[in-house]
Design a protein around this ligand. Structure first.
Ligand code: HEM
Length: 417
């Protein structure tokens, strides 16, 4: 396919996709995003290339280990409890809720708290500052996208271009600098990503600018992806009452074993929740494509096709996830697509919402756990139906470039059980 006069390569063969992600990763190790030191927040893990990326990925991987995740678990629970409270107030006022709005306020609260210890309280007060960052980062106007595609980054950077917008750039630079200074001056210790980044700084492995960039990167990559997932799961649960009731029963069943306590082990035992979540990520992958750049000229194995160095490669996640060859009725929301038998019968790479290989999503477990806690708290005591304001079938917004978006909001009616 072509973007203006630029050829882009779009592989559809699963074997080739697997090679691009894994065996031949060294040819495709770049996301091909705008990245320049003069725009410090653009220097985050998602955007960096080659050795810079490799070194940083190695340093950041321990931040996302199971033990770190467990140590943050209580923050997730606390925020999910506020979510439950907020839903309760919609239900007692008999007011329909815009699920994307509520879900994104929840994910902002989680990521800013776990990320850099800032209590945004977006769930209760809404927080326009961070909401605006999401819009600036993920919904760039077409002109900005084209600029980043066609103008070399050095020229843009020298003109003062900020890939993520001036508001986001200032907010992250000012806010994170203040938090760093406060923690260093007052010797504050907190169990979050920033703490671990500051430890890397102490060992001379990271500068303030790099820390700010990573905080932004975690926010950008982790906030909207997760809230979109919660939104689409709730949309399908409202459309499929049987699945909603079954999921609630199954959650209850596990919680009874743990005396009603939403602990880490209980969440890990919720198999049906896992199936519903995977089916949501199949039908609505938050990143519908993965961009990669070819960094060394590559011959497609067993063919004469050459992918030239510098060619953009687009991995079509949405296309694979809706291919009837792998999912017989791809438009139907069916959690049984993820039972053991169906999973075993599907080829590798037919389900890749988090990408694959050395560059796959570093926040996978974080995102899954966060979404699961949101769904547990949303469903435990409340029942949802689709409000008449929601247009069905929903329409995907073709202008959303980086994340899956719908044209109109999803409104739900909620009643306490
Ligand atoms: C449902 C939630 C999420 C989805 C579907 C998702 C999806 C993805 C995808 C498709 C990629 C590109 C992978 C590739 O190139 O192979 C990615 C990369 C990344 N994600 Fe996520 N993500 C989610 C949540 C998160 C969270 C919560 C965080 C952080 C707290 C996060 C941080 C990142 C980072 C930093 C990268 C870049 C990794 C690198 O280039 O080395 N993501 N994600």
């Amino acid at each position: 396919m072509y973007c203006f006069t630029d050829p882009w390569y779009l592989p559809v063969d699963l074997k080739l996709i697997k090679s691009i992600f894994q065996k031949d990763f060294s040819y495709f190790n770049d996301h091909g995003m705008y990245c320049h030191p003069k725009d410090n927040i653009s220097m985050n893990l998602f955007n960096l290339v080659n050795e810079d990326w490799k070194n940083l990925r190695a340093k950041l991987t321990p931040l996302f280990s199971s033990s770190k995740l467990k140590s943050m678990f209580q923050i997730f629970v606390d925020k999910a409890e506020v979510l439950e409270e907020v839903i309760g107030s919609y239900s007692s006022r008999n007011e329909p809720l815009n699920i994307e709005d509520v879900a994104s306020r929840f994910t902002i609260d989680v990521i800013t708290s776990c990320g850099f210890g800032i209590e945004t309280n977006a769930l209760k007060n809404s927080n326009k500052e961070f909401m605006k960052c999401g819009v600036e980062t993920f919904n760039p106007r077409l002109l900005k996208f084209v600029l980043m595609e066609v103008v070399p980054s050095g020229i843009l950077a020298n003109l003062g271009f900020k890939a993520n917008g001036a508001h986001t750039n200032n907010l992250f630079n000012n806010l994170i600098s203040e938090v760093i200074q406060y923690r260093e001056t007052n010797k504050v210790f907190r169990n979050d990503f920033l703490q671990l980044l500051l430890e890397l700084k102490q060992n001379q492995e990271m500068t303030d600018d790099q820390i700010i960039a990573q905080c932004f990167g975690f926010f950008a990559a982790g906030f909207e992806t997760t809230s979109i997932t919660v939104m689409f799961a709730m949309l399908e649960l409202a459309l499929n009452q049987e699945i909603q009731n079954k999921l609630r029963d199954k959650i209850e069943e596990v919680l009874e074993k743990y005396d009603g306590n939403v602990c880490y082990d209980a969440v890990m035992e919720m198999n049906y929740l896992d199936k519903v979540l995977n089916e949501t990520l199949r039908k609505y992958p938050p990143g519908p494509i993965i961009p990669r750049n070819c960094t060394k000229t590559y011959r497609v194995p067993e063919t004469d096709v050459i992918i030239e160095k510098g060619t953009r490669v687009i991995i079509p996640i949405w296309g694979l996830h809706r291919d009837p060859e792998f999912y017989p009725d791809p438009e139907q929301f069916n959690p049984e697509n993820f039972n053991a038998e169906n999973k075993a019968n599907r080829p590798d790479m037919a389900f890749i919402p988090f990408g694959e290989g050395p560059r796959m999503c570093i926040g996978l477990r974080f995102g899954l756990l966060e979404t699961k806690l949101a769904l547990i708290k949303l469903l435990k005591n409340f029942k949802y139906t689709l409000n008449g304001r929601t247009k069905v079938p929903i329409e995907i917004d073709p202008e959303a470039i980086f994340t899956l978006k719908i044209k109109e909001d999803v409104w739900l009616d909620v009643t306490k059980i």
